[in-house]
Design a protein around this ligand. Structure first.
Ligand SMILES: Cc1ncc(COP(=O)(O)O)c(C=O)c1O
Length: 456
């Protein structure tokens, strides 16, 4: 009864993010009630393994009392402190220092946001300010990568390169340019080196086309998440970083998904020994317990902005920047990462990848890819031709629903791709269950008359 009334209230009043409003009204909400570790329980009492850590954010897993205590303590002591007017609070100051100590190179200056989208948006503002401060205000053109996702603000959604975020919104803007994704599985180039060379050549060509003195920055995700978990060949990030350094373009690593153990280390840039000029994080920063994001800036970026502004205020800020409760949570989450969770995540990630690899022989599996606890299985109807599942079978809802029936939550991308980002706390048994349930979903999908009809 209670659930029925919630479903009705939701239908009438709650606008869901990135959803078909009409589709959602028809389907109704699935209400989640509680969670512990890697398991969530819905309002009917059904238990499911959360193979996607909420929205690739609950890296620590659910139900850590110490995180709850950290938030409650901070709320009792000081629930809010503004960072305006030269004020501050202990937790965000300590958090900034701890993160700076651990971040790659001299990414020593941290601006806290409320999540990933406004972190990305903040980088656009800081970068514009930086070039103005350097006396090059004409550097106002931004480049990102097809299939990339950089959030959903008015400006960030134009760096995002997924059509659903553009259509009907009047973006991207003219100053927002794209180069092709590495998308290894569907890349016509044969070898890793060819893919890297092609991306480098395309970036150079794009910069030349726009004008070398007009480009402000280039944005990449170490692994493209929302585009379908697209993993570049090792060396791709480094090559792109090097070109940007050579062309004197700021290189921004959007680590909103990949940071905090998702790929193994604290930051995925460490995988290739890269120091970006700016780096964005969110999600795993607080493990989704409370909202928070962070923009990391290298010394030269911060110093240029600081000198450019002089005694003037740099007019960028939010009421909830550096929120003390979020910071207290992030400090505790960081402690948990470094006291077992990162290590467990690395082991669980290796097991997950090995398990998913074992699905390659399934008739519907075209590709298995990933790094650490971030992975994807791409479904096809013809392995030789790599034919994706047709849109007519509505792969996103069909596969998501089928996984749900098996007690598994995974991301189900519209092209027929399963995305995995389980909490780092997963046990061996939970990882094995994720793989076994995926196999069951694949088997059931193979028996599905509508899928059979399109199989070769
Ligand atoms: C790479 C990347 N950047 C930015 C964002 C936006 O973050 P948020 O949803 O917290 O606004 C996301 C969210 O998934 C992301 O994956």
């Amino acid at each position: 009864m209670l659930t029925n009334s919630l479903v009705e209230l939701d239908r009438q009043h709650l606008v869901h993010p990135v959803s078909s409003f009409r589709g959602h009204e028809a389907r109704g909400v699935r209400v989640l009630r509680s969670a512990k570790g890697a398991t969530v329980t819905d309002a009917e009492g059904r238990e499911l393994i959360d193979g996607f850590a909420g929205l690739w954010c609950v890296n620590a897993g659910y139900g850590h009392e110490s995180i709850v205590e950290a938030a409650a303590d901070q709320m009792r002591k000081l629930p809010y402190a503004t960072g305006y007017f030269d004020l501050g609070a202990e937790a965000p100051i300590r958090l900034a220092a701890e993160l700076a100590e651990r971040s790659p190179g001299d990414l020593n200056h941290i601006y806290f946001s409320l999540g990933g989208s406004d972190a990305v948006d903040s980088t656009i503002r800081f970068i514009r300010y930086y070039w103005h401060a350097k006396g090059q205000p004409q550097r106002d053109q931004f480049i990102s990568v097809e299939q990339g996702y950089h959030g959903s603000t008015s400006m960030g959604a134009g760096l995002t390169a997924l059509p659903g975020f553009h259509e009907g919104f009047g973006i991207p803007y003219q100053w927002q340019h794209k180069i092709s994704s590495h998308y290894v599985y569907r890349n016509p180039a044969q070898s890793a080196q060819e893919i890297i060379d092609a991306s480098v050549a395309e970036l150079r060509a794009k910069v030349a086309e726009i004008g070398e003195d007009k480009v402000a920055a280039f944005y990449v995700e170490p692994i493209q998440g929302s585009g379908g978990v697209l993993v570049p060949p090792m060396g791709w990030m480094k090559a792109m970083r090097d070109v940007c350094a050579e062309l004197e373009i700021l290189f921004v690593a959007d680590e909103v998904i990949t940071a905090f153990g998702r790929t193994g280390p604290l930051f995925a840039c460490e995988d290739e020994g890269i120091v970006p000029d700016l780096m964005t994080t969110a999600k795993g920063l607080t493990s989704g317990y409370v909202p928070m994001g962070a923009v990391f800036m290298r010394d030269h970026v911060y110093e240029t902005i600081a000198d450019g502004a002089g005694a003037k205020a740099v007019g960028h800020g939010f009421t909830y920047s550096a929120h003390p409760v979020s910071a207290a949570v992030a400090l505790e989450v960081l402690y948990l990462y470094e006291n077992g969770l990162l290590e467990n995540g690395r082991k669980a990630g290796a097991r997950l990848m090995a398990g998913l690899e074992s699905l390659r022989d399934h008739p519907l599996v075209g590709d298995v890819r990933g790094r650490g606890m971030l992975a994807a299985v791409e479904l096809v109807t013809d392995k030789d031709k790599k034919t994706p599942l047709p849109a007519s079978v509505q792969p996103a809802t069909r596969l998501f629903d089928r996984a749900w029936e098996q007690g598994l939550i995974v991301r189900s991308f519209p092209q027929g791709i399963f995305g995995y980002a389980p909490p780092l706390c997963c046990t061996d048994a939970e990882i094995d269950a994720i793989v076994e349930r995926t196999r069951k979903v694949l088997d059931l999908t193979l028996e599905d008359p509508e899928i059979r009809a399109v199989l070769r």
